[in-house]
Ligand binder design. Structure first.
Ligand code: VLZ
Length: 135
């Protein structure tokens, strides 16, 4: 059983968000704002349902899913695309594949040294984020 990702997490570092946002086709003005944000991640689980909230003073992105079940994801407020997404455990990593217009798109969350790690992938770009637990 992997260490629980559930809780409230505050961003410590954020490498190559710019490359990831460009790969998603996010425009310059949104990118400029997004780069300055300290995101929070809230991960909740009730029975077999997970909710992941990405929160900031500018915009929030919230979605929910069940493990191993494909769902329709609309990345509202991000790049506004429809994906067929599925989240699975790969060892201690919670891995999401987002099938859609963008190739090699997805993300992975895991715990390492009591920190929440996240890699976001899109078309050869990787954004790497680390969060510390605040609750
Ligand atoms: O995280 O997708 O936890 O889907 C863009 C920032 C990229 C724009 C952030 C600013 C994407 C708006 C985070 C802040 C909401 C993301 C996944 C894994 C959940």
């Amino acid at each position: 059983m992997p260490a629980s990702l559930c809780g409230t997490w505050e961003m410590l570092s954020n490498i190559n968000l710019e490359g990831y946002m460009i790969a998603l086709g996010i425009g310059l003005s949104t990118r400029k704002i997004a780069l300055r944000l300290k995101q929070r991640k809230v991960i909740e689980q009730v029975r077999d349902k997970y909710v992941i909230k990405t929160l900031s003073t500018f915009r929030n992105y919230v979605f929910s899913f069940r493990m191993d079940e494909e769902f329709d994801e609309f990345t509202k407020g991000l790049d506004e695309r429809h994906c067929k997404s599925v989240v699975t455990w790969e060892g201690n990593r919670m891995v999401c594949i987002q099938k859609g217009e963008k190739k090699n798109r997805g993300w992975a969350h895991w715990i390492e040294d009591d920190k929440l790690h996240l890699e976001l992938y899109c078309e050869g770009q990787t954004c790497k984020q680390v969060f510390k637990r605040v609750a």
